[in-house]
Design a protein around this ligand. Structure first.
Ligand code: SAH
Length: 565
């Protein structure tokens, strides 16, 4: 069963060697290095505090190679909030000390021991139970769930006070622990999937060995699942996942039910009834209970849900923003982290990285949009998590429309069952406008000047009408080697309706290395000042410019029109 991949955070080149050593222990883990201080990190960050807090809130285990105090101070504001508590460790930059700080129930001590062993030092374990018994009773391995944390804490303190303990049921991971076992003990660790109210002095641990196969047509699925388990005297805590027929993949009812029950939702081909479905998907010898609408399968061993059937595939069309990592929305970052496959024009795929070794990149030529969209659906329909990348916003002259067109044209039910989501990004016109001030502060018109996919005559017509309507204009794809004369013609049309002193903003490679921003006027603008990496913003009759103290000019279009209110 997979554990979340930790992030290794370093502040200087001095810790790089230690970080690389730790990285070997965790396949896929990336080293996050401070910009301008670390050469050769997998990921670059600018702000230590923001980065650490973001990782923490995303429930990512953190291994920070710096003073424990820095980590404590940085995360302190988040500790009072309920929510994620991933393992957090501080490791001395030379690898001489490993200090587990947070996430006792998330396995921080296990990680501390692993790292310490690799660095040939001992971990600074301070958890009494862990020290005494060599394991944290309240943190059973994956595949098992603890019944109640508060009762558990009391149980462990009784144990620490010198009581003995007896184990009921199969707890293979406790075989190595140094527990003071005694057949007559009052304290009991009970492992089993039966529904049970804990007796006094009893610690309940549930194996996750139960699958419930369900039909989306059932009224109130979570309630029905709870009732069926209760009738069968099976503990809800032992539920490993919900299972349904793959024909019901798109059902929102099932998705919400799994969310409410806090378990994964998996799908399998439905050849027979639900019991058949459950038996085949679990693939162990199982005992079955249930009826036409719900079947309960109980396996002998804990189950790994990722091995049961397959998940609903996901396809996210994301916008990277103009380029700078700070301008990428957090939902997009999270989507990139969960992706199995990433598709897109090579430049953008590279901009979206770095990626882990297990993530598959499919780089294609910029012109193969429909083919790329269909490929994305083929992958997602297999149950994979697929990301299609665009720069800026995916809905602005980019992949989102192509993906929807491919879906619209398809009759493949598997494609329509994919969990499709479009995640927005900061479009080049907005990123450029923000740097110049607010040239798009009033009504404006967005156009692509490329006549690759539309006739030039319609571009001329729209330019004429938009300029006549006194809209500010944002031109994407203003010029290219294969379209050399079009921009000049476009500017002639605009000049028929606008004065030569109308402000124009040229943003080139905004948010990327070497970005430039220029403010000029319509009268002075010539096509040779523009290339395909440039955004052209042409003001309306009310757009004005004035000097800014740092040099250059602010450009804005007032909120009002006609006469100032
Ligand atoms: N989906 C993208 C636009 C793709 S069309 C978005 O929303 O931004 C490509 C055109 O966008 C380019 O020809 C250029 O005019 C503009 N563009 C894209 N990124 C840019 C950037 N970083 N700086 C300036 N212009 C950019």
């Amino acid at each position: 069963m997979t554990r979340p991949v930790p992030a290794i955070v370093i502040l200087g080149n001095g810790s790089l060697a230690t970080a690389r050593g730790i990285q070997q222990l965790y396949p896929g883990a990336q080293i996050h290095g401070l910009a301008e201080r670390v050469d050769g990190a997998d990921r670059v960050y600018r702000e230590f505090g923001t980065t650490l807090r973001e990782l923490y809130q995303q429930d990512t285990p953190i291994i920070a190679l710096c003073a424990a105090g820095i980590v404590i101070r940085t995360l302190a504001p988040l500790l009072l909030e309920k929510g994620a508590e991933p393992p957090v460790l501080a490791v001395a930059e030379d690898g001489s000390a490993v200090v587990p700080l947070l996430g006792g129930l998330g396995g921080v001590n296990v990680m501390a021991r692993e790292i310490a062993a690799a660095l040939d030092v001992s971990a600074a374990i301070t958890t009494s139970g862990e020290l005494r018994f060599g394991t944290c009773l309240l943190n059973p391995p994956s595949g098992y769930a603890l019944g109640d944390l508060e009762l558990g804490k009391r149980f462990v303190s009784d144990l620490l006070a010198g009581e003995t303990v007896r184990i009921e049921g199969a707890a293979p991971w406790l075989a190595q622990a140094q527990l003071p076992e005694n057949e007559q003990a009052r304290l009991t660790v009970h492992v089993g999937h039966g529904e049970r109210t804990p007796a006094d002095h009893e610690l309940l641990i549930y194996p996750r060995n139960v699958v419930v196969a369900v039909n989306a047509g059932v009224a109130n699925v979570p309630k029905a699942v709870r009732e069926a388990l209760h009738q069968a005297k099976v503990a809800l805590q032992s539920l490993a996942c919900l299972l349904a027929a793959d024909t019901e993949m798109a059902s929102p009812t099932l998705r919400e039910a799994a969310l409410e029950l806090g378990v994964p939702l998996r799908f399998a081909s439905a050849d027979g009834d639900l019991s058949e479905l459950a038996r085949n998907a679990v693939g162990q010898s199982v005992s079955l209970l249930g009826n036409d609408t719900i079947a309960i399968a109980i396996a002998e061993q804990p189950l790994d849900p990722s091995q049961i059937g397959r998940p609903r595939g996901r396809l996210a069309v994301i916008g990277l923003g103009p380029g700078a990592a700070e301008l990428m929305v957090p939902a997009v970052k999270a989507e990139l982290a969960r992706a199995n496959d990433v598709l897109g024009y090579e430049t953008y795929v590279r901009m979206a990285g770095p990626f882990r070794a297990d993530q598959v990149l499919h780089c294609t030529d910029n012109r193969e949009e429909m083919q790329r969209a269909r490929h994305a659906f083929e992958l997602a329909a297999q149950g994979r998590s697929v990301v299609v990348v665009s720069s800026g916003d995916p809905g602005v002259f980019a992949m989102a429309a192509a993906v929807l067109e491919a879906l619209h044209e398809s009759t493949d039910a598997n494609w329509h069952a994919v969990d499709l989501e479009i995640l927005p990004g900061v479009s080049a016109s907005l990123a450029t406008a923000a740097q110049a001030g607010a040239p798009l502060g009033h009504d404006f018109c967005v156009m692509s000047l490329s006549d690759n996919l539309k006739p030039w005559s319609i571009i001329e017509k729209r330019l004429d009408l938009a300029a006549k309507a006194d809209l500010a204009l944002a031109f994407y794809n203003p010029i290219s080697r294969s379209r050399p004369w079009q921009l000049g013609r476009a500017l002639e049309i605009v000049a028929q309706h606008r004065l030569p002193q109308t402000p124009v903003v040229l943003g080139r490679d905004i948010g990327r290395p070497g970005q430039t921003l220029r403010v000029t006027t319509l009268g002075q603008l010539t096509p040779d000042q523009v290339d395909m990496r440039t955004m052209v913003l042409v003001g309306s009759s009310t757009t004005c410019a004035f000097p800014r103290s740092e040099g250059g000019e602010w450009v804005y279009t007032p909120r009002w029109y006609g006469s100032k209110p």
